[in-house]
Design a protein around this ligand. Structure first.
Ligand code: AMP
Ligand code: MG
Length: 487
């Protein structure tokens, strides 16, 4: 374990120079204080959890202090937002403080979100509020615990700094960790500004640091793009299988590493609803739950366009063609496991689709349905779950098919079935209303609820004593919370 001042920096992105990012110092928050820290994320930097409680921790991650070897930079990028191209975006309120490498030899970007104005702030104030910082923190760590690739979050630092949104709120910072903060939009920026040399430098950087195995391939850039396609197909399959709605899948929010990135008005589904739109400002439903699948491909096409200087259009098209079949294979594999199946049959897709249709029509809780399905034998479980469906006859017909399918699947005890299913079907997810409760308490100065919720979400598959209230459907007030984009 290391002390806070013993972190080792190796700022590879900063070394790319001023065409890629701008040196900016964090703007400190008033009266910085620890809201919540992630023990698991701290371990990634070889930091002992206890250092989070020291005053210097809040000073470092509240923008008051900086390591001598940190080189804070605001990155420049662009991107397609809601389908339209915005020529210049960039870190408007976040700074890459530097890259730290740990004892295991991994590099982690330290990105401080809410660190003040930069040359890319446009009309914004460079700040993040407590509410959105808590949401990003909880979501990053919850997704990771579910096995869904995501940026991580080290801590949230609160403050007394006033920040104006729809009303006056308090500023906060969240320290985000990722192996890279390079987005699809980085490539788009250099492509559309016609800077081929810098674009090649960026591509070399990503290839060498993040896809070194692609170097061995006859066409390294193509191999890298293929890998990005594959990772995104798998990522989005996981979102769909677990009911995660990102909300702002602009190409500037898509990571070159295929991880969940840049959290805004995201939501986990409570009731299953394929048409769910979590982003209050997304009037057309471009980023609705079921649209995430084609949008994933759309975003990859936007990246492909930016890579045309390096890769032939035909090869890019062929690689893009991998997306949908790979997505479908991953998705079906996950859904089979969620249903407790260990083998594959041709009709499984129909079995999944017909179940989702029934759930949709009856507003069945997506997470609890699967959890309860594994509590008992298939026959007992469906008999109990049937009450949740309006179309009981429809559900009975599905249940007959399911029971027969389970019988064909194999011979295992109920203990084995439960264990296997509970290992893939979480009991606790980050429901919007749970986040809302934690935020309301934190805004009133009580951080215990954020901390407790974070602890619960770190072990989503494990039933935790005394935590039943975190595994409930939302109360009426929490069913359709509108989360605004302003954060
Ligand atoms: P987002 O919707 O958070 O992905 O942000 C889109 C773009 O707006 C990025 O370039 C952000 O850095 C920038 N941005 C968002 N909020 C702010 C803010 N409060 N101040 C400055 N820039 C911001
Ligand atoms: Mg963003």
């Amino acid at each position: 374990m290391k002390a806070l001042d013993e972190l080792t920096f190796d700022n590879r992105f900063a070394r790319l120079g001023d065409a890629f990012s701008t040196h900016v110092l964090p703007e400190p928050l008033d009266e910085p204080r620890l809201v919540v820290a992630s023990k698991a994320a701290m371990a990634l930097l070889d930091l002992d959890a206890a250092v989070a409680e020291t005053p210097v921790f809040a000073e470092l991650f509240g923008g008051h202090k900086l390591w001598a070897e940190a080189e804070p930079r605001a990155m420049v990028y662009s991107g397609h937002q809601f389908g339209g191209y915005t020529p210049q975006l960039g870190d408007g309120r976040g700074l890459l403080l530097g890259e730290v490498y740990n004892e295991a030899g991994e590099h982690w970007d330290l990105h401080l979100k809410g660190a003040g104005m930069t040359p890319y702030s446009r009309m914004g104030d460079g700040r993040a509020v407590l509410r959105s910082s808590i949401r990003e923190f909880l979501a990053s760590e919850a997704l990771h615990a579910l096995g869904i690739p995501s940026s991580r979050a080290l801590c949230v630092i609160g403050s007394s700094t006033p920040v104006w949104r729809e009303k006056q709120e308090r500023g906060a910072m969240v320290l985000r960790l990722a192996h890279s903060h390079i987005r699809f939009g980085h490539f788009e920026y250099f492509y559309y500004t016609k800077k081929p040399e810098q674009q090649a430098e960026l591509a070399e950087h990503v290839l060498n640091l993040h896809y070194p195995e692609c170097r061995e391939q006859p066409e390294p850039y193509l191999a890298m793009f293929r890998e990005i396609v594959e990772r995104n197909a798998e990522l989005i399959a996981k979102w769909q299988a677990y009911g995660f709605c990102h909300g702002v899948m602009n190409t500037d929010n898509m990571s070159i590493l295929g991880i969940t990135f840049d959290f805004g008005p995201f939501a986990f589904l409570d009731d299953f609803d394929a048409h769910f739109i979590c982003n209050h400002s997304d009037h057309e439903g471009r980023y609705s739950f079921s649209n995430q699948v084609p949008i994933g491909q759309w975003n990859l096409s936007a990246l492909a366009q930016a890579l045309t200087p390096f890769i032939s259009v035909d090869a890019l098209k062929e690689a893009l063609g991998l997306y949908l079949p790979l997505y479908q294979a991953h998705y079906l594999d996950l859904m089979r496991r969620r249903l407790g199946l260990t083998t594959a049959e041709e009709d499984d897709q129909t079995l999944v689709e017909s179940l989702l249709k029934l759930m949709q029509n009856s507003g069945v809780d997506y997470t609890l349905f699967f959890r309860r399905l594994g509590d008992e034998s298939a026959a007992l479980a469906v008999a109990r779950l049937r009450d949740d469906f309006v179309d009981m006859a429809g559900f009975d017909a599905w249940a007959e098919l399911y029971k027969a399918r389970v019988a064909r699947d194999g011979d295992y005890t109920q203990e084995q079935r439960r264990e296997r299913m509970h290992a893939v079907n979480p009991l606790y997810i980050l429901r919007n209303y749970l986040a809302q409760n934690a935020i309301a308490a934190a805004e009133a100065g009580d951080y215990s609820e954020v901390r407790r919720l974070h602890e619960v979400l770190c072990k989503p598959f494990e039933e935790q004593t005394g935590m039943e209230q975190y595994a409930q459907r939302p109360p009426d007030w929490g069913r359709h919370l509108e989360i605004s984009c302003s954060s």
